[in-house]
Write a protein that binds this ligand. Structure first.
Ligand SMILES: [Fe+2]
Length: 165
């Protein structure tokens, strides 16, 4: 059980030469996102794969992966995310812990909100994440990302890989 919604993590600052720019990332082929169930409505959100122009995910470049392997003592996946939309309340499929590093906020006061699991209308925490600071997020708790406008929110998203066999 995780007793936090989000907390900063002392993994340091990623060196600039390990990072791609957002324009470089946009030249890559996005990962095909697999459909999932909406936990609130229990509806399948889409077919087998979905193209979501407002939310694209890309593999980390080898230089970034190599750097991250020097700071994490666990197996992980690393992706760039580029977001151009508010995100509805959801829990993340297939993971409970996310480790995020925001490169560009995508706007002013872009707020990540957390809601009570039993009472999904009840706001229990919120934060405007600062750029270039690692945070751990409990993504098993319903969360949303809201702002008046989100343009090119650019982040690195790490998921620890748990061995289950
Ligand atoms: Fe999420």
């Amino acid at each position: 059980m995780k007793n936090f919604l989000f907390k900063p993590a002392n993994f340091g600052i990623i060196p600039e030469d390990a990072l791609l720019s957002i324009d470089q990332v946009k030249q890559l082929t996005p990962i095909a996102l697999v459909a999932r169930k909406d936990y609130l409505s229990n509806e399948i959100i889409a077919g087998e794969t979905i193209d979501t122009p407002n939310y694209r995910v890309y593999n980390a470049n080898p230089e970034l992966t190599a750097y991250l392997e020097t700071i994490f003592n666990f197996k992980f996946t690393a992706f760039y995310h580029i977001i151009n939309t508010n995100l509805e309340k959801h829990i993340d499929p297939g993971r409970t812990l996310g480790i995020n590093y925001l490169l560009s906020s995508g706007g002013s006061n872009v707020t990540t909100e957390f809601y009570d699991k039993q009472e999904p209308d009840r706001l229990i925490g919120s934060i405007v994440f600062p750029e270039r600071q690692w945070y751990m997020l409990n993504v098993s708790v319903p969360h949303a990302v809201t702002a008046d406008s989100i343009v090119d929110r650019f982040a690195i998203a790490i998921t620890p890989v748990t061995r289950i066999f």
